[in-house]
Design a protein. Structure first.
Length: 202
């Protein structure tokens, strides 16, 4: 059975439902694809851009928080709790126990010893491959899928807690360093979904 993340309207790539994304990570670990699984898990639980995730070394995920002092695109500081990773860390132990603290987590074939990080293009190729092999359709799968999955999940959690759409969007907007909540509205697919519903009832 193929899994679709929403419809295929104008949005370039769509977020995955969070529970499906976590299930996907668990399946990848079962199949021994730990590096891809960890890349996806950190993406959907931190919201970091892939360029920042690829700079991570094992020592960066040993504490309670993940700290990026200068995001590649925005140059802003982000501090994110690693609660979700700590709960699921056992899944990745078979991979992490062989990685030295000072080594990069994600490497290409030539840098498999952890001396050189995987490139963004390399990461996108790997992600597209596993999405295709596991029949998960996110309409143009790229690393943005991970960040959008994080953003959509955070929005839904905030909305559930606060029951205030604007406040939920504002919180997500701050986490993603968006200029406005309208950018966030489009980014997580709510604009497209609202239009789809409107046209269905036109």
């Amino acid at each position: 059975m193929r899994i679709f993340a929403g419809n295929t309207s104008t949005m370039k790539t769509r977020p995955l439902p969070y529970n499906i994304a976590v299930g996907f990570v668990m399946k990848l670990c079962e199949d021994g694809l730990y590096e891809e699984a960890l890349m996806i898990f950190l993406g959907i639980t931190t919201g970091f851009r892939i360029s920042d995730i690829l700079k991570l070394k094992k020592q960066d995920i040993e504490g309670d928080y993940l700290y990026v002092d200068s995001e590649v695109k925005t140059g802003k500081v982000r501090l994110v709790p690693l609660n979700a990773f700590k709960r699921m860390k056992g899944l990745f132990d078979p991979f992490l126990k062989h990685r030295a603290l000072s080594k990069f987590l994600f490497t290409g074939k030539r840098g498999s010893t952890g001396e050189k990080p995987l490139t963004v293009d390399g990461a996108n190729i790997r992600l597209a491959k596993v999405f295709k092999e596991y029949d998960i359709d996110v309409h143009k799968s790229t690393s943005h899928t991970l960040r959008k999955t994080y953003a959509r999940h955070l929005y839904e959690k905030c909305l559930e807690k606060l029951r205030d759409t604007n406040m939920a969007l504002w919180i997500v907007s701050r986490q993603l360093n968006h200029k406005s909540i309208y950018d966030t509205l489009t980014y997580i697919g709510l604009e497209d979904e609202t239009l789809d519903i409107a046209y269905d009832n036109f």
